[in-house]
Design a protein. Sequence first.
Length: 334
Amino acid sequence: MQNNWKSAFKSGLLRTGAFFRRQQWKGFFTFLFFLLLAFVFWFLQTLQQDYEHQIDYPINYKNVPDEWALSESNPQTVSALLKEKGANLLYYLWNASSNTIEFSVSGLSQTSDSTLIITNRMLETEVSKRLFASASIISFEPREIELHYDLLSNRMSRVSPKVTITTKPGYQLSDSITVSPSEVRLYGSSKTLALLHEINTIQASLEEVSKTCELTVQLDLPAGVKSENETVSLFIPVEEFTEKTIQLPVLCPDIPESYILRMFPSNVEIKCYLPLSLFRELTEENLEVMIPFAEFEENQATGKVPVRLTRKPEWVTNPVVSPNELEFIIEHHD
């Protein structure tokens, strides 16, 4: 069965080859070859002839002062009607979208309080830079550009970092994230700026961090708002953390003279998590457990009062007090 299939396939190939080797097919392919060759010569000759065609060049306005907002009605393209050889026109068309014409706003002449001028000569010069010597500019639109802008209100706003951080096991943030600059000047309409008491950064994410790092992030500017700073730097302090246990007395500084307060126990154990570099700096003087006498009075029915750490350095995280409540007796004497 398999041999029959192979034989049939081979026989079909032989018949197909014989068909295309016939004299009439040789003539047909020869005709196609010369037809294609003639088309190529015709096309090359056509590309050497002159044609008229319109090319659109994008405009980019740069160096715009922060306190200015360019009007959306300002022209975004220059349309040039050119007379040029066909081959060169194809090249212009291919590159027009990326061949942007740039004008520095800071160097333009002022015609009114809110209008600048880009002259006919300036436009023609910029278009000519993008053409070969064989090209002729028949016309272009616009002939000149009146560049309109509005003056913006401004205010200083605090920068709030938006960062998600995960650290490697045994490491933590050792302090708050520092933003530089911490405030930026914003420009926009007075109505919009009145609502912007702070400006966020775009959301950033760091994973498996095990050392202090610095990150540059963009500001999340609302539509119609500009800033002197498009980015800020975030200083993110990360250190290896360790554990330290300290015994502390429970303080009650406002016991009335006619009362005696007995606490069981009178000392508690504080388990602290802190940066390794600050291990030696943590002492009993940095911590405090204090309970006002009024809380003891409020809990006389149960004879138990909750215990909490009332003073600690900022760099101590997740302190655990043991025990978290203590028993007490209030005695009255004359």
